[in-house]
Design a protein around this ligand. Structure first.
Ligand SMILES: [Zn+2]
Ligand SMILES: [Zn+2]
Length: 280
């Protein structure tokens, strides 16, 4: 799938590049512009063909000059093309300070600094349209969402997806933060969420409630499984995820470790030897 579309006036979704996992949609970047200036939210993978397609589309829609490139978080499917799109547009980069170092090292290969920190509440005026930074830690500690109040549109990146739940990695993610972020996003008065992969979320509050419910159910399923005795992540995976394709087994185990980490912090579970977990 390769496409770019205007979602509403001045908001374009650019979807170029490969799927991160089989059957999981490629990353979305967004071109957002008002009467004065344009902002690019995310830059997709590091891939020459994708860069060319993105740059051609930006020229084609006659947007005002891109004045800033906002990288929503450190992952390669969102910030991989940052260096290229900076060179293409001349626009400086911005991100949340918590993901800055990872982005500079891993996405910019130390060749460029991120010019601006975007803190919660920072605002960019584009001319009749604005973007407000919403700090949304959890998927990564420096994950950002962006809110366009004039349209009540929230760009969620990977924090909220319509197609699946969000992966929270044990190393760069934190499930307790993520749960707090989902609650916080309910207070953002969003009409629609434009997401990091796949289509928009048209009923934001219902989606947020469903995601919160899913996480609580998953925690409960783990606690129930551990009633029979200590289990490893692989053993838990067999009990909790039914009919999982083999290609997703490791990802599922990583998700379980993330949830177990939260349960350990809450003193409900202890980590034992031999990579096993038990009820406290
Ligand atoms: Zn991500
Ligand atoms: Zn992603």
């Amino acid at each position: 799938m390769e496409r770019a579309v205007e979602l509403e006036q001045g908001i374009h979704q650019l979807t170029f590049g490969r799927e991160p996992l089989p059957g999981f949609p490629p990353p979305n970047a967004y071109l957002v512009f008002g009467s004065d200036t344009a902002v690019l939210i995310d830059t997709g993978w590091e891939n020459e063909d994708d860069h060319r397609a993105r740059a051609a589309y930006i020229r084609e829609v006659n947007a005002p000059p891109v004045s800033e490139i906002i990288i929503t978080h450190r992952h390669p499917d969102h910030g991989g093309g940052a260096l290229h799109m900076h060179r293409e547009t001349g626009a400086p980069l911005a991100c949340h300070p918590n993901d800055r170092e990872a982005i500079e090292n891993d996405r910019l290969h130390g060749e460029l600094h991120v010019a601006d920190d975007l803190q919660h509440g920072d605002r960019r005026e584009l001319g009749g349209l604005s973007l407000e930074a919403v700090w949304a830690p959890g998927h990564t500690s420096g994950s950002l969402a962006l809110f366009a109040p004039e349209r009540k549109a929230l760009f969620t990146s990977d924090t909220v997806l319509a197609v699946s739940t969000t992966s929270i990695g044990p190393h760069d993610g934190n499930l307790a933060d993520y749960m707090r972020t989902l609650e916080m996003l309910k207070d953002v008065d969003a009409r629609i969420m434009y997401t990091g992969h796949g289509g928009p979320v048209k009923r934001p509050k219902a989606r947020l409630n469903a995601l919160i419910k899913h996480r609580h159910e998953r925690e409960q399923a783990i606690l129930n499984a551990l009633r029979d005795g200590p289990l490893s992540p692989a053993e838990l995976r067999v009990r909790i995820y039914k009919r999982l394709p083999q290609s997703r087994e490791r990802l599922a185990e990583r998700q379980l470790v993330t949830t177990l980490t939260k349960l350990i912090e809450e003193q409900a579970v202890v980590a034992e030897e031999n990579d096993r977990y038990a009820l406290r």
